[in-house]
Design a protein around this ligand. Structure first.
Ligand SMILES: Cc1ncc(COP(=O)(O)O)c(C=O)c1O
Length: 394
């Protein structure tokens, strides 16, 4: 949302002028404009996916890829304790049972953490590429292959990131992206699914639209092989998403340049270490993540940032609702209706989880949000300010 302009306005006006707000049908009024299909094609082109299907949110995208890959009632799914809550909710609402495993300094599930959490009925790993960069995919794929686990990638925070030349989302059965307002590119609310597997793509296409097969030109009378829901993206959202997606290469370039500048300067400060990146070149550079020596130091530093009016920093252990210590409702599996997990045997006691490595990593983590629109002066001034605060504490 940093760079909204004439491009977004033009795409939206196209849709308003035709009045074709729905992604399917209405061929006679739409003057050849299919914004959602164009958005999907742009995603495929930029990230090298065979198939992309747009949906109404990142949450809908995760829900759709899970169903499409056959993950549902009673299946155990390995998830991380550090993420936005959406994928955990998607697992529970699908009737699957989450198993929280350890993350490491990549900020994502670790191969060892996954392997140590496998039970006889574990079916899938829902890997979440946190803060703009990929997990240790090589190690994780080896564990998934060894134990015959389906790998699903939630790339909600990692559009534009890749691992050893291949976009996130294409390393397992399917990937999910979010375009909500806080992402590297946005369409207000929206999501995208990607896969190289044609059957999974067809399943997503149907699950996201009440089972419609989208074959033929009579929407009411199409075949319906499976049930689905309404996870459709509308043409207005797609119009914005399309304009934003075209800006992604520029945003990535700026982010990388700005992040490198701050990181190089922070390297001069003793007492910090950085997030481990399996493929630094593939980082979308939305965040610069670093660790200090203890939870107490992280808290002190975060307070200092607040005193010095340093904006755009996160201490995930206490402030961003992304770590399991802040999820009382999820640990309690609270929902207005009965879920599978209330009837089936939970694989873990969620209120007494033992995840010391994740606790340690997240309690010492500080993240700086990178902006693509900083001028050189702003970048220098911001970095000076950060370093000034850090020096007061370390
Ligand atoms: C990793 C991750 N997955 C899924 C989502 C959900 O996306 P949405 O807000 O579009 O439903 C988010 C949103 O923050 C996210 O960070």
């Amino acid at each position: 949302m940093e760079i909204f302009g004439d491009e977004e306005r033009k795409e939206v006006m196209d849709v308003l002028e035709t009045k074709a707000l729905f992604r399917y049908g209405y061929d006679h009024i739409r003057k050849g404009m299919w914004k959602t299909a164009e958005f999907e094609a742009e995603v495929c082109k930029q990230i090298g996916a065979k198939h992309a299907h747009a949906v109404s949110s990142g949450t809908a995208a995760v829900t759709s890829i899970m169903a499409a890959a056959g993950i549902g009632h009673g299946d155990k799914v390995i998830v991380p304790p550090y993420t936005f809550v959406a994928p955990i909710e998607a697992v529970c609402l699908a009737g699957a049972l989450p198993i929280f495993a350890e993350i490491d300094e990549t900020l994502c599930l670790s191969p060892e953490g996954i392997e140590a959490s496998i039970t006889p009925n574990t079916k899938a790993v829902l890997l979440i590429h946190m803060c703009g960069a990929a997990a240790n995919l090589e190690g994780i794929l080896a564990v998934c292959n060894k134990h015959n686990l389906v790998l699903l990638e939630d790339c909600g925070q990692a559009m534009g990131a890749s691992y050893k030349g291949k976009s996130v989302g294409l390393h397992g059965a399917a990937g999910a992206f979010s375009f909500d307002y806080f992402k590297i590119t946005t369409c207000g609310e929206g999501g995208m699914t990607i896969t190289n597997d044609e059957q999974i793509y067809k399943n997503i296409d149907q699950v996201a639209d009440h089972g419609h097969t989208h074959e033929g030109d009579n929407r009411g009378m199409e075949d319906h092989h499976v049930m689905g829901a309404n996870f459709r993206m509308g043409e207005m959202n797609a119009a914005i998403g399309l304009a934003q997606m075209r800006k992604l290469p520029w945003i990535l370039e700026q982010n990388k340049k700005n992040k490198k500048y701050i990181k190089d300067r922070l390297k001069e400060v003793k007492g910090l270490t950085f997030r481990k990146l399996g493929d630094e070149a593939g980082d979308s550079a939305t965040y610069l993540n670093f660790f200090v020596s203890s939870k107490a130091v992280a808290e002190k530093l975060f307070d200092q940032f607040a005193k010095d009016d340093v904006e755009g920093v996160a201490n995930w252990y206490t402030n961003m609702y992304h770590f399991i210590n802040q999820w009382d409702h999820i640990r309690g599996m609270k929902y207005p209706a009965k879920l599978a997990i209330h009837d089936l045997e939970a694989p873990q006691d969620y209120n007494n989880l033992n995840l010391p490595k994740s606790e340690d990593v997240i309690s010492r983590l500080i993240s700086i949000g990178i902006q693509c629109t900083w001028t050189e002066d702003e970048l220098v001034e911001y970095t000076d300010k950060i370093i000034g605060s850090i020096r007061k504490v370390l």
